[in-house]
Design a protein around this ligand. Structure first.
Ligand SMILES: Nc1ncnc2c1ncn2[C@@H]1O[C@H](COP(=O)(O)OP(=O)(O)OP(=O)(O)O)[C@@H](O)[C@H]1O
Ligand SMILES: [Mg+2]
Length: 357
């Protein structure tokens, strides 16, 4: 694929935007010593109502360039909210009220309007659950791709069409040249999601937020789309935040996984480690069944009750009322992480420092 020169555009603070992520499609994955791609610290997202409610309560994690980070947890845990915060789409009545998000060392959680719009798509792409919401039904997919390519890469005319054909070919659309003039409804669900992946890749982003990218697809097609996403991102060195209920998808695709419960990350670590040796009792419940592609979060059979609503959290550990390992101290304070290493859980029952005290 030709590497077109990117137009130089400056953000309001004078930063040259094309300096912070113009890695060509074939660039090798940046080495870890160049710092994290994304660094989220103590992120708080609040629903501003008469009584403000925190929906994300102090999430912290890094993502390395090219890394796939899975976000898993029950419905309402706050997975999409974290993805939304990274794409700069948190809108009233929701607001980021605490913490920070850095992208390539630059703070982005306060970017607004045009500056955020430029970052989105060009640096940070998004793939959502329903491909139809990402596609405009009244325009051909060729037009949508060419527009996106023009906006983010500054290509027009034949060059933009050629790039659109190349993208469609890369996502496995047969007869890509001929399909440029098709409308979204003329594609099957699986093919539509491939088109959405092509659109998300069009700006050659360094990070893609994929929120339930295969949930709306037939199980038989899910595996193909997952493999496609994994292979394309590996080849391009694109990092992916993969939001899903499906532990099988996480096991097949992610390098690391963060487990969310009631707005907090309760465990984070390398996927193989977390699956083999889950530390938090909640994660242990989740991992109770053998992950395989297409299997959604199992019901927490041994753990009764439901995740509390964000406006009705119990004191201390939010999981304590359902936890088979609960002790009195669990109700006293929100637990900190039990370790500083790559695999850590927010649980006093696994914290050697607390157990030793
Ligand atoms: N626009 C909104 N206004 C008010 N509350 C919201 C809004 N969007 C989400 N919430 C609430 O924020 C919490 C976290 O929601 P979020 O969509 O991030 O969950 P999720 O983990 O992605 O769940 P799911 O698996 O169902 O997609 C939930 O309690 C949800 O009801
Ligand atoms: Mg969601």
């Amino acid at each position: 694929m030709p590497d077109a020169p990117l137009p130089i555009d400056r953000d309001s603070d004078g930063t040259v935007m094309s300096e912070i992520g113009q890695a060509p499609a074939t660039s090798p994955v940046l080495s870890a010593d160049q710092g994290p791609l994304v660094s989220v610290r103590d992120l708080v997202v609040t629903l501003n109502s008469a009584n403000p409610v925190q929906l994300v309560r102090g999430a912290s994690f890094d993502m390395a360039p090219g890394e796939i980070l899975g976000m898993v947890g029950e419905s309402g845990a706050g997975k999409s909210m974290i993805g939304t915060a990274l794409t700069g789409l948190v809108a009233s009545p929701l607001a980021i009220t605490g913490g920070s998000i850095h992208y390539r060392g630059r703070r982005i959680d306060r970017l607004q309007g045009e500056a955020m719009r430029r970052l989105r798509g060009r640096e940070i792409g998004a793939i959502f659950q329903d491909p139809l919401t990402a596609l405009n039904p009244v325009f051909t997919i060729g037009r949508q791709l060419v527009e996106t390519i023009g906006e983010h890469l500054g290509l027009s005319g034949q060059a933009a069409r050629a790039e659109a054909v190349s993208l469609l070919a890369q996502v496995g659309i047969p007869d890509p040249q001929g399909r440029l003039d098709s409308y979204p409804h003329e594609f099957s669900g699986g093919m539509r999601q491939r088109v959405v992946i092509a659109l998300a890749l069009a700006g050659r982003p360094s990070l893609i937020i994929a929120d339930e990218p295969t949930t709306a697809l037939d199980v038989s097609i899910q595996g193909q789309v997952i493999e496609l996403l994994r292979d394309l991102c590996a080849r391009r060195g694109t990092a992916v935040m993969l939001i899903t209920h499906d532990m099988g998808v996480i096991a097949a695709l992610a390098d690391r996984v963060a487990v969310l419960y009631a707005g907090r990350i309760v465990e984070i670590g390398p996927v193989a480690e977390v699956i083999a040796r889950p530390r938090h009792p909640y994660t242990q419940g989740l991992m109770d069944s053998i992950p395989e592609l297409g299997r959604r979060l199992p019901r927490l059979r041994q753990i009764t009750g439901a995740m509390p609503r964000p406006d009705a959290l119990p004191p201390g550990c939010a999981f304590a009322p359902r936890c088979p390992k609960v002790i009195e101290a669990c109700h006293q304070a929100v637990p900190a992480f039990d370790a500083d290493g790559p695999h850590r859980a927010a649980c006093i029952r696994t914290d050697a420092r607390v157990l030793a005290a």
